[in-house]
Design a protein around this ligand. Structure first.
Ligand SMILES: Nc1ncnc2c1ncn2[C@@H]1O[C@H](COP(=O)(O)OP(=O)(O)OP(=O)(O)O)[C@@H](O)[C@H]1O
Ligand SMILES: [Mg+2]
Length: 265
């Protein structure tokens, strides 16, 4: 763990309110890989309701593996994962998946229906909600992501940035408490990148943002967790982490050339 820690910022959830995300000493190795070098090697993390946390770290650090544990796509071989106090386990998976919206890096892994509206309404329809409620949620989620005019279009006719917004809408239509975004800004042009950030900034939920794009993280998050080799190596205010050149260099984190942010108070 680096010198940057959460000490001082402290947990902000109210008395009796469980963390939105809790991992305790989670270990996970992919089948067929060496248990000596697991993808997650004793990860502990608590995120309060409403917190916005950037998850940073070099390629192969374990960031995506961690995300896949948050809605039970992967299950820990040791340790514990809880969402809002509810353990991620077989019999609660449908409730966990309602609480946690996970947007994959590639939107094409999530969009498979003939129209945008059908993709965004797919989750609510699967919950067995009545058709008018499915439609209400679909329109609301599309409006939140600024994609309502594309409702009847085929997802594969949209740009990558538009498809990312539709994939995010498809998750928001489930009314999640926690939104997990894996590399939302990668491969977006500057305008699509900015538009997505503006939409995300307005959302009132717990956000875990996996990114290599440090200015993007700074725009959206107050706190950062840095992972490397399956372990959390730093956890603290994002600005303090971005100002720690030794920490950034040790974990292959690079600010763009000439990047400057206002001095810390
Ligand atoms: N499906 C898989 N099968 C086997 N090993 C995997 C699999 N997916 C990831 N890994 C390995 O697990 C480790 C963690 O990978 P992960 O994808 O979680 O890293 P990451 O931090 O998301 O990296 P990136 O920034 O490149 O997306 C790496 O060593 C990776 O090679
Ligand atoms: Mg990844």
């Amino acid at each position: 763990m680096s010198g940057v820690s959460t000490n001082g910022s402290g947990p902000r959830h109210g008395p009796g309110e469980p963390p939105a995300i809790l991992l305790q000493d989670v270990r996970f190795a992919y089948p067929g890989t060496r248990m000596a070098a697991p993808a997650l090697d004793g990860v502990s993390l608590a995120v309060d309701p409403g917190e916005r946390v950037a998850l940073l770290g070099p390629n192969g650090a374990g960031k995506s593996t961690l995300c896949l544990h948050l809605n039970g796509v992967l299950r820990p071989q040791a340790g514990r994962v809880e969402i809002g106090g509810l353990p991620v386990r077989g019999r609660d998976l449908s409730e966990i998946r309602r609480r946690v919206g996970l947007v994959f890096q590639d939107p094409d892994d999530m969009l498979f229906m003939p129209t945008v509206a059908e993709d965004v309404g797919f989750g609510p329809a699967n919950l067995g909600l009545p058709a008018d409620e499915v439609e209400r949620r679909t329109l609301a989620a599309l409006a939140t992501m600024g994609m309502e005019s594309a409702a009847q279009r085929a997802p594969h006719h949209l740009s990558l940035g538009q498809r990312k917004r539709v994939a995010t809408a498809a998750v928001l239509s489930m009314d999640p408490q926690v939104l997990v975004l894996d590399e939302p800004s990668s491969n977006l042009d500057p305008r699509a990148r900015r538009e997505l950030a503006e939409r995300l900034a307005e959302l009132d939920l717990t956000l875990l943002l996996v990114t290599h794009d440090l200015p993007y993280a700074l725009q959206l998050c107050e706190r950062a967790v840095v992972m490397d080799a399956g372990q959390v190596v730093a956890d603290g205010p994002l600005r303090a982490i971005l100002a720690d050149e030794v920490l950034l260099a040790a974990h292959d984190l690079e600010l763009p050339y000439g990047f400057a942010f206002p001095a810390l108070d």
